[in-house]
Design a protein around this ligand. Structure first.
Ligand SMILES: [Ca+2]
Length: 269
């Protein structure tokens, strides 16, 4: 299988995904309601201290999907909180108890295109730690081989993930089209937010390959992650693993209940 594009990101090195400009950006403010000082980021920031913006952010505007981490290196070595914002020029304050805490941030999906079909696998639940990103079939996840705990999809294609190499073993088909943000010009951002692979019937740290399309009898459309705020053009929310309150709809009750749709036969999407 020819691999057209696979880019490897390490939390420590925070290599840029591409040399071209990002379509993602977040403008972060030191005060609520866009007050105080501000900085705009369009690439990964593993340490906001390098920008003199550690433990400073109180409100933000985003285009694309962005994750904000309580600790450096995307919470690689911690179980701190993770906040997320996605949308088109979508603004939100962070809540009072969680302003002035973020120490790293990054976006998800393609660096070039908000609507492109992509998958990204993450080392930790709630999109923490290292990640591995791709746009084609892959039986290689770099140093995340056997370490996948969360998955983010963008675009419209379903993807089938396997716990064996070369598209073998247990599998699950995941759809990205569970969250839609619509811009003022009608552009659509489709997201599939899967903060914990065990919520879609896969063992933690088991996934070894991914194939475009829906080739499994086990099919999930991600339950919408609970948002603290939501509008037509975006939403925001958080995961607080240390409190045992991930605030994910999938985390309430049996994760699979009501969200699986067995397919009669594998369907190519
Ligand atoms: Ca912090």
């Amino acid at each position: 299988m020819k691999i057209l594009l696979l880019l490897f990101i390490t939390a420590a090195a925070a290599l840029p995904k591409a040399a071209v400009g990002s379509v993602h950006y977040t403008t972060c403010y030191s005060g609520f309601n866009k007050g105080g000082s501000f900085q705009t980021f369009s690439d990964y920031v593993p340490d906001l201290g390098l920008y003199n913006f550690d433990n400073t952010i109180s409100s933000a505007t985003v285009t694309g999907i962005w994750f904000y981490y309580e600790d450096e290196d995307y919470n690689l070595a911690s179980s701190g909180s993770v906040y997320w914002l996605h949308g088109f020029d979508y603004f939100s304050n962070f809540d009072n108890s969680y302003d002035d805490v973020f120490s790293s941030l990054r976006y998800g999906g393609s660096p070039d295109c908000l609507g492109c079909d992509t998958w990204t696998v993450y080392q930790g639940q709630y999109f923490t730690g290292s990640e591995f990103y791709g746009t084609t079939d892959s039986n290689f996840f770099g140093n995340l081989q056997g370490q996948v705990s969360a998955i983010l999809l963008t675009g419209t294609s379903a993807w089938t993930f396997y716990d064996g190499p070369s598209y073998s073993g247990r599998s699950v088909c995941l759809y990205p089209n569970t969250v839609h943000d619509v811009s003022s010009s009608g552009e659509v951002l489709n997201l599939g937010i899967y903060p914990d692979v065990t919520q879609v019937g896969m063992y933690d740290n088991s996934i070894q390959s991914v194939r475009r399309g829906c080739w499994s009898d086990v099919v999930f459309k991600a339950p919408e992650v609970h948002a603290q705020g939501q509008a037509k053009n975006g939403a925001w929310g958080y995961f607080r693993p240390e409190a045992g309150q991930e605030h994910s709809a999938a985390g309430q009750g049996h994760p699979a209940a009501g969200h699986s749709r067995p397919a009669a036969r594998p369907q190519k999407v």
